[in-house]
Each structure stands twice: as structure tokens, then as C-alpha cells.
Design a protein around this ligand. Structure first.
Ligand SMILES: Nc1ncnc2c1ncn2[C@@H]1O[C@H](COP(=O)(O)OP(=O)(O)OP(=O)(O)O)[C@@H](O)[C@H]1O
Ligand code: SF4
Ligand SMILES: [Mg+2]
Length: 379
């Protein structure tokens, strides 16, 4: 596919903090949840950027902030060349024609008291748009386009399966032919076979309309199927971003290596010989993130410098950016790595999550490597 070079989305230095309040009669702000802590993202027309990271890394907050469903604490959001950061709800109305969202949970994303026809027609109503041929005909066309039976126009969401409900959500999102759709885990709640159908539908729609997707997911296998580029997020920061090919075949960030090492390989022989990186403990608290590199408390490459200097996101090859003082190539990974420095586990219970994102992709068990590993993390 030929991609236009124009950015449909340009996010700079985006921060979203949520205040932590004290209890009592007069609550005071006693801290901040740094859910998104200074990210930059660009997305070209017709492109898909996969945003991955384990649970709590800030993906949903970033996605919702980009569409101003949550207001940013700092930074800028440009959609189709227009800085929309400070727009009022009213000023955002025309922007919503260009930028839509598909949600993770098709069960909760649809109003159970509205018919399918009424749900898909909502964007036309809200925007005051009457398409040629009328709203009803457009809705019927949309239903057909996303694989729903137009005869079900008057049915209610509870009469549909999960996959069909997601199709309803997709029809609603594409009704006004937006240039950007932010998809927050759109297939995570669906069975694997249905996931593939929905991914194919999203890909077909992209080919047809040239829409760009910011595709949020925890499952690297799903992201690989749809993304042109991938951004890896950890504790509110972008750790690495590159083309799909580079992220999956030549990653450099220790966190990306650990995520990929948890994705099972179908070939058992290859699976046996690959490096497996087992991160122990959970994500540190975003209220009090580690100094320096936020990944250092779980990183097998961490050295003294990592505790004092924040690694900037640096472009080390065209289109490949990495935020790490000591990036590492796959060929240089030790045979197996188990990060188990107890010094770093004060805030985190010693639960082995297998480096899996959301713990849903834990892969086969790995023998424990003694703490004498040369890659043992140090403060
Ligand atoms: N409204 C809120 N108020 C306070 N903290 C919040 C709020 N929304 C999210 N957070 C916190 O921000 C951090 C990032 O959450 P977010 O939901 O963005 O992560 P995520 O990467 O989407 O995770 P998941 O994969 O579980 O969906 C978490 O620590 C979460 O508890
Ligand atoms: S080597 Fe240092 S900078 Fe790089 S990811 Fe690990 S802790 Fe962060
Ligand atoms: Mg989320």
C-alpha cells in the first residue's frame, strides 16, 4: 500500500496526570498518577500505528487523551494539521467527524435501549449531516459493508454476538468517513477466530477509505497482523518505535525484547532455542515512578547510569527510535534472562508474569537462571 506522507495525527510531549486526593472533609491533592508522561506520536494518512505495552502502561489514557475524551496536562495534539489541544467541546464537534474511536468492550460501548439502526445513525444526527439518499439508506449500506444483515436494522445490541456488536461499533465509527480511528483493544474481548475476521474488516476498510488507525493492544501477535509501525509503551513513556518489520525482527530496547520473548513461536524447535526474558514483579506505581529510566527496576541491562539519567528517545536508524542507554541486539541476548533483583521489588510482589502483556500470553515455563547472570539489574 502507498502511504501519503501527510500526518493525520501529530502528538508532542503529551502528559496526562490524574490527581491523587487525600481523604477527609477537604480533600487535598497529594500526588499525581503519571499515566502518560511525555510521549510523541505521529501517524500518516492511511497508516496503522500499533501501541503496545503491558496493563497499566498508559495506552488507554493516551488513546483517550488524543481524542480529548480526557484533557491533557501538557503537550499538543494536532489532528489533520490543526492543533486541537485547547478546543472546547463545541469546537471539537467538527473534529469528531475526522477522528473516531472504537472501544474494547462491544457489550458496553453500545446503548442497549437503542436499535442497531439508531446506533449507527448517531454520528449523522449529532453532526447534523444528511447523506445523499438519506440517513436510513446510508445506515443500511454501512451495515452491509461491515458484514451485518441489513434486515437486522431494528434489532437491539443484546441480540448480537460479540463479533457482530464490534461490527456495529465499526459501522458507527466509519459512518462519516473519518481520517483517523483510535481503536482501543478492539478485538481483545473476542474469540481468536472472530478476532481475525474483525482485523480483516479493519484492513479492508483502510484499503477502501484510506483511514489511519491508532491500534492499541496488549497482544503483539494481533498488532503484527495490522500495523505498519509499532510503538512500545511502558509506564507512561514510549520505549521504542519502528516499522513492524524492525520491531519484530530487530528490536533494540530490553523491554521490547522481553515482550517479544513471551510471544509463543509455532515451531517447537525455534521456541526451545529462543531467549526467554522473565520479568518479575508488576509495573512500578505511576505515582512514584523510578528515577532515570522508568524500566530500570525490571531491566536485565540496567547499569548505574540508568538510575540517574532519563534515556531520551533517539532515532538510531531512519524511522527507528529507542529510549535506552544500552540498547541490545537479539544476537547479543544471553541464552535466558530472569530479572530477579530483590532490591527492586519493594513496591511489587514477586509474581512471575512471564513478560507477558496483561499476563494473558504467558507462554511455556522457563527454568530459573541463577542470580549470577551478567545481566542482573543493579540500582
Ligand atoms: N481516571 C483515572 N484516574 C486515576 N488513575 C487512572 C485513571 N485512568 C487510568 N488511571 C491509571 O493510569 C495508569 C494507566 O492506565 P491505562 O488504563 O491508561 O493503562 P492501559 O495501558 O490501557 O492498561 P490496560 O492494558 O489494562 O488497559 C494506571 O495506573 C491506571 O490505574
Ligand atoms: S539499559 Fe538502562 S536505559 Fe536501557 S532500558 Fe534498561 S534500564 Fe533503561
Ligand atoms: Mg487499556
Amino acid at each position: 500500500m502507498t502511504l501519503e506522507t501527510r500526518d493525520i495525527l501529530n502528538v508532542t510531549n503529551l502528559h496526562t496526570y490524574f490527581p491523587v486526593k487525600s481523604r477527609g472533609i477537604i480533600p487535598r491533592t497529594i500526588g499525581q498518577v503519571k499515566a502518560v508522561d511525555g510521549i510523541d506520536l505521529q501517524l500518516a494518512s492511511g497508516e496503522t500505528l500499533g501501541l503496545v505495552g503491558e496493563s497499566g502502561s498508559g495506552k488507554t489514557t493516551a488513546a483517550r487523551t488524543i481524542l480529548l475524551l480526557v484533557r491533557p496536562t501538557e503537550g499538543h495534539i494536532e489532528i489533520d494539521g490543526q492543533d486541537v489541544t485547547g478546543f472546547s467541546t463545541k469546537a471539537l464537534l467538527p473534529v469528531r467527524r475526522k477522528a473516531q474511536m472504537i472501544f474494547q468492550d462491544p457489550y458496553n460501548a453500545l446503548n442497549p435501549r437503542h436499535t442497531v439502526g439508531s446506533i449507527i445513525a448517531a454520528p449523522f444526527r449529532v453532526q447534523g449531516v444528511t447523506p445523499p439518499g438519506g440517513v436510513k439508506n446510508s445506515v443500511l449500506d454501512l451495515m452491509e459493508r461491515v458484514g451485518l444483515n441489513p434486515e437486522h436494522y431494528n434489532r437491539y445490541p443484546n441480540e448480537f454476538s460479540g463479533g457482530q456488536r464490534q461490527r456495529i461499533g465499526i459501522a458507527r465509527a466509519i459512518a462519516l468517513r473519518p481520517k483517523l480511528i483510535v481503536c482501543d483493544e478492539p478485538v481483545s474481548a473476542l474469540d481468536v477466530s472472530i478476532q481475525a475476521q474483525i482485523i480483516n474488516l479493519l484492513r479492508d476498510l483502510q484499503q477502501e477509505f484510506g483511514v489511519a488507525y491508532l491500534f492499541v493492544a496488549h497482544d503483539l501477535a494481533v498488532v503484527k497482523q495490522i500495523s505498519h509501525r509499532v510503538a512500545v509503551m511502558y509506564l507512561g513513556h514510549i520505549m521504542e518505535t519502528a516499522s513492524r518489520e524492525v520491531i519484530y525482527s530487530a528490536p533494540l530496547h530490553p523491554y521490547t525484547h522481553s515482550l517479544l520473548s513471551a510471544v509463543p513461536i509455532p515451531d517447537p524447535k525455534q521456541q526451545r532455542h529462543r531467549t526467554r526474558i522473565v520479568l518479575q514483579g508488576d509495573l512500578p506505581s505511576p505515582i512514584d515512578p523510578p528515577s532515570g529510566c522508568v524500566f530500570r527496576t525490571r531491566c536485565f541491562q540496567a547499569q548505574e547510569k540508568c538510575a540517574v539519567e532519563v534515556p531520551p528517545l533517539v532515532e538510531i536508524a531512519p524511522g527507528h527510535k529507542v529510549a535506552c542507554h544500552f540498547p541490545i541486539e537479539t544476537k547479543d541476548l544471553p541464552a535466558r534472562v530472569e530479572v530477579e533483583d530483590v532490591e527492586f521489588q519493594e513496591e511489587a510482589p514477586a509474581v512471575e508474569d512471564g513478560g507477558a502483556v496483561n499476563g494473558k500470553d504467558s507462554g511455556p515455563p522457563v527454568p530459573t537462571v541463577p542470580a549470577s547472570s551478567p545481566h542482573k539489574a543493579r540500582r
